[in-house]
Design a protein around this ligand. Structure first.
Ligand SMILES: [Mn+2]
Length: 267
């Protein structure tokens, strides 16, 4: 396996299978969630040959060059290194919150950077892996903003800007997104919630385009299994051990047996 980006992966010969997580939103403000991720890397993930992190591992990412000032980013490197030493390869796909992640950080952490989407073959299964936001095609404003910030030139210019400016940009975007929700009138909130989910048509298009049996994504924070005519869409849970209800979970795939493990409890 090279370290280059890969669009197709094959884990058919994997003895110990693979697991997947997403939407941990790690930051200095989420100490319990960070601790749970380290615990997961020490006790659960080593039971598998591969760990897929399908985006939004971090709450925000202002550039790989900021990792040295970011204790959370350094602890993730440590956890993933330890996991690698126990025989588990980690793969990372960007989410909307860590869309600015580049290969430099992934190499430091010994994770293989994956494009979104990519296809994983596991025996008879062809599994599309994605963060999931690309499938929320009814949210036009979000998709417009995403296209702008992921444009190669825009991204290049932003990542060349001073760190302090990038931090301000991230704060601005988070505030804008929060305001957009707060400014949504009560009677339109239900509609906005629907727009923030994946659309049937986008899922169908990928299913045909990639000749897939399965889709696995996160982003929507609506964990579950949706089976439809020989095709299954799995949604990963988000993690939050710092706010109630406490929740975390992962996808377990071994010998083509898929299981979504979710834990949730209020206290
Ligand atoms: Mn997301």
């Amino acid at each position: 396996m090279t370290r280059a980006s890969v669009h197709e992966l094959d884990l058919s010969n994997s003895q110990r299978g693979w697991c997947a997580i997403s939407d941990l939103h790690l930051s200095e403000h989420m100490p319990e969630t960070m601790a749970k991720f380290e615990w997961f890397c020490a006790h659960i993930a080593p039971q598998y040959d591969a760990l897929f992190i399908l985006g939004d591992l971090f709450e925000y990412w202002v550039g790989d060059d900021a990792a040295d000032f970011n204790p959370t980013a350094l602890r993730v490197i440590e956890a993933i290194h330890t996991l690698k030493s126990r025989g588990t390869q980690s793969y990372f796909m960007r989410g909307n919150r860590d869309i600015a992640m580049e290969r430099a950080y992934c190499e430091r952490a010994d994770m293989i950077l994956l494009p979104d989407p990519c296809v994983l073959t596991d025996g008879e299964q062809r599994i599309i892996l994605s963060h999931g936001d690309l499938l929320c095609t009814d949210d036009h404003e979000y998709q417009r903003q995403r296209r702008f910030y992921t444009h190669p030139w825009v991204k290049k210019i932003i990542l060349k800007a001073p760190l302090s400016w990038r931090v301000k940009l991230v704060q601005y975007l988070r505030e804008k997104s929060r305001r957009r929700w707060l400014n949504t009138p009560e009677h339109l909130r239900k509609q906005r919630t629907i727009e923030q989910n994946v659309t049937e048509s986008a899922v169908q298009q990928w299913r045909e385009q990639y000749n897939a049996t399965t889709l696995l994504h996160g982003h929507t924070h609506r964990p579950g299994e949706h089976a439809d005519g020989g095709f299954t869409r799995w949604v990963l849970p988000d993690w939050d051990l710092d706010n109630s209800p406490h929740r975390w979970g992962y996808m377990s795939a071994r010998h083509q047996q898929f299981e979504l493990i979710t834990h949730i409890h209020s206290d």
